[in-house]
Design a protein around this ligand. Structure first.
Ligand code: TYD
Length: 218
């Protein structure tokens, strides 16, 4: 895989969407092919699983299994082919969200999530040789860090909330802790962005983080 894999994370209301589009534009301006995608989702099957995960009540293990099933399909049909083509793949959420939401928010076993991560991201895909069992992970994760109280204020009245967005503040405190734990475990992969700023200031930080890593020219 020779492309560049960047994921975007943060609690609901942290405001990542506009910056994903802006970053896509910045890469395209450099002549790079960009694949924009999201999780759960990104393939017809995974989008169907997304509808279930976001709308149907279920226990945390069922939720974890569905998001990882969606991820496997997404890896097989979108992520791996895009990286093999050399694309810049921008993914709105990836496995850190599973640790944050199912692990942190819903309190599901972190160790089992690690095992699922190894299976789903470390097992060769159809058509690959059994060889490199490298775990597929983003090269860079842009983490929009925002206090849950501020995120809740931003979300209030903005739209009809889905299953997660309608959770109480205490849930998002635990999701935020989950993200912080993932960052602490692999700090080199993360760019932490202070999302409690104007959109222009947040974008300036995103742009700087990407250029500082040599992924766009300075
Ligand atoms: P989100 O990415 O915020 O999309 P939108 O802007 O359309 O609402 O919504 C996805 C939701 O799914 C979000 O609340 C987090 C949740 N989620 C999980 O619970 N586990 C996961 O593994 C992923 C990828 C997302």
């Amino acid at each position: 895989m020779s492309g560049l894999f960047i994921s975007f994370e943060g609690i609901d209301g942290a405001g990542k969407s506009t910056h994903i589009d802006a970053l896509a534009q910045a890469f395209r301006a450099q002549g790079r092919a960009v694949t924009l995608t999201r999780e759960p989702g990104g393939t017809p099957l995974a989008e169907r699983l997304r509808q279930m995960v976001l709308n149907d009540p279920m226990d945390a293990m069922t939720e974890a299994l569905l998001v990882f099933a969606a991820r496997r399909d997404h890896l097989q049909h979108v992520i791996a082919p895009a990286l093999a083509r050399g694309d810049v793949l921008l993914c709105d959420r990836f496995t850190d969200a599973t640790f944050a939401y199912q692990g942190g928010g819903r309190g599901f076993d972190w160790q089992i999530l690690s095992t699922l991560e190894q299976w789903v991201q470390g097992t060769p895909l159809a058509g690959e040789t059994a060889e490199p069992l490298r775990l597929v992970q983003p090269d860079l994760t842009i983490w929009f860090d925002l206090a849950p109280t501020i995120a809740a204020r931003r979300l209030a009245g903005a739209r009809v909330p889905d299953k997660f967005e309608s959770q109480p503040l205490a849930f998002f405190e635990k999701v935020a802790d989950g993200y912080a734990q993932r960052q602490a475990a692999d700090p080199g992969r993360f760019a932490r962005i202070d999302a409690d700023q104007t959109p222009a200031a947040v974008w300036a930080d995103v742009d700087r983080a990407v250029r500082a890593r040599g992924l766009l020219p300075c």
